[in-house]
Design a protein around this ligand. Structure first.
Ligand code: HEM
Ligand code: HEM
Length: 144
């Protein structure tokens, strides 16, 4: 159930994050004012990713992979690429991506000019998006 919510919520995170990245890059290159909608889309990406973080933690402790980990031990998890991917690489890298989004959002608030705001969000959100794209378990996502 929670695993399903984490799986469906991932669509929202991905779509909103992509929109926020394009919006920030567009704002940066067109040198426009930083308006309410620009704040809104960046904030939505932040909130969606924070919710995904919580859902991820719950999915983690409820997943059958976690059961397996409790059974075989961490040493064997690290030796098995499938288990390591979901129990170590996916969570660690996604948490880093979410931290980047959070830092980018916090930093943009302290910038005085629109161009600096768009630039900060462009950089932090783009790196986060690349990490998210790289760490989504695509094979699981589309077969479930
Ligand atoms: C484990 C769970 C979570 C952690 C560790 C976490 C952590 C953080 C951190 C460090 C900030 C940055 C504060 C700043 O410097 O501005 C932040 C901001 C925020 N978080 Fe979370 N968060 C979590 C869950 C959530 C959830 C579930 C939601 C929404 C339902 C949420 C919504 C927000 C919002 C709206 C902001 C900032 C808004 C702003 O700065 O204007 N967070 N969070
Ligand atoms: C931006 C952040 C994240 C995105 C976009 C994301 C996306 C996904 C997707 C698409 C799946 C495949 C679900 C399926 O089976 O259909 C998945 C699985 C999983 N995710 Fe995440 N995730 C994120 C963050 C996290 C975090 C922070 C954790 C843990 C702390 C986590 C733990 C897991 C676990 C344990 C699974 C495997 C569930 C299972 O099949 O039993 N995820 N994630």
């Amino acid at each position: 159930m929670i695993k399903m919510i984490h799986s469906y919520w991932a669509y929202i995170v991905l779509i909103v994050l992509i929109l926020a990245v394009f919006n920030a890059i567009k704002g940066f290159t067109s040198k426009k004012e930083f308006g309410t909608n620009d704040l809104r889309i960046s904030l939505f990406a932040l909130i969606a990713s924070h919710i995904q973080l919580i859902l991820g933690f719950i999915a983690y402790y409820m997943s059958s992979f976690y059961e397996t980990m409790r059974g075989v031990g961490m040493g064997d998890v690290m030796k098995n690429s499938e288990l390591r991917k979901l129990l170590v690489e996916h969570p660690v890298m996604m948490i880093i991506a979410i931290i980047l989004i959070t830092v980018g959002f916090s930093k943009h608030k302290k910038k005085a000019t629109a161009i600096a705001k768009f630039k900060t969000i462009s950089i932090f959100y783009t790196i986060a998006l690349l990490i998210v794209l790289a760490m989504i378990p695509w094979n699981l996502w589309f077969t479930n």
